[in-house]
Write a protein that binds this ligand. Structure first.
Ligand code: A2P
Length: 277
């Protein structure tokens, strides 16, 4: 599929394949290894992991065993959300490289502006410290691009103001029903790429009757509709699946959604992650 090799260009000129294969909640060991291997076999060239997913070793091994040259695969990992010091970030990044078995990383992100168990806590100072460590690795060439995840415009402003460095990407939850308009507009203005995690709303958006009806009209599946929506919005979707047929299905998104239909999807404002609860 063309979309798997099409790229966005980050503000520093680095090319990033338009669809990434997500590995959140993909258990370490055989499941992560086999999923990444299937994704690579089926043409994906962008893999997204994180230290917090605890599957970096399996992800790295699959990449190595695939036989595809390292430089042909774009790999992202993330600094755990509780690490908010310069030294901590330095140590954690080196650990990530070791787990993956790489000598450089394509994209490294601060996983969240606060520790997951203290959501909303002000960690402005710690985020700046961690980002400064990442800037050093970036300048040394050990990381090709650096960014953040789950950051609000205010959190990003803090980084820019105190480091004079505009992050290259911000990875956020983004899907039909949760278009994050404020953050998206802010990032567009600053030339920060939005990466869309949970493009299927962890599966719940697949049950949306409007999406189901529209998918029938386009002769596509609901998953393909939802992934294409992210691309139409200029964001980079990170779908994930542990099943090969779905991994393939999620990459068959070389089509366009008409403006009138995008408007219909934009009008959905419920976060569908609640529906299944
Ligand atoms: P599975 O791994 O069993 O295929 P998100 O990317 O929004 O977090 O959603 C991931 C969830 O959606 C996973 O539970 C995954 O399950 C499921 N999923 C991924 N792709 C598809 C698809 N094409 N059709 C149906 N479910 C899918």
């Amino acid at each position: 599929m063309k979309v798997l090799t099409d790229v966005y260009v980050l503000s520093n000129g680095v090319k990033i394949p338009k669809i990434g294969f997500g590995t959140w909640q993909v258990p370490d060991g055989d499941v992560a290894y086999n999923s990444v291997m299937m994704a690579l076999k089926n043409g994906y060239r962008h893999i997204d992991t994180a230290a917090a997913y605890r599957n970096e070793a399996s992800v790295g091994k699959a990449i190595k065993d695939s036989g595809i040259p390292r430089e042909e695969i774009f790999v992202t990992s993330k600094l755990q959300s509780h690490i908010k010091t310069y030294d901590g970030a330095k140590e954690a990044f080196l650990q990530t490289l070791e787990e993956l078995g790489f000598d450089y990383l394509d994209l490294y992100l601060i996983h969240a502006p606060w520790p997951w168990n203290e959501m909303g806590k002000n960690c402005d100072e710690g985020n700046v410290e961690a980002f400064k460590a990442m800037i050093e690795f970036y300048k040394e060439g050990k990381i090709k691009a650096i960014g953040v995840s789950n950051f609000s415009p205010k959190d990003i402003d803090n980084i820019i103001k105190n480091t004079d460095f505009v992050p290259h990407a911000n990875q956020i939850a983004f899907f039909v029903g949760l278009d994050q308009e404020e953050t998206r507009a802010y990032c567009e203005e600053k030339n920060i790429l939005i990466e869309a995690y949970s493009p299927l709303a962890i599966g719940y958006a697949l049950k949306n009757p409007i999406v189901i009806d529209m998918a029938k009209r386009y002769d596509k599946t609901p998953a393909q509709m939802l992934i294409r929506y992210c691309l139409e919005k200029g964001t980079l979707p990170l779908p994930k699946s542990t099943h090969e047929s779905r991994i393939i299905e999620n990459s068959h998104v070389d089509f366009t959604i008409k403006k009138a239909d995008m408007d219909i999807l934009d009008d959905i404002h419920d976060d569908p992650r609640r529906w299944g609860n």
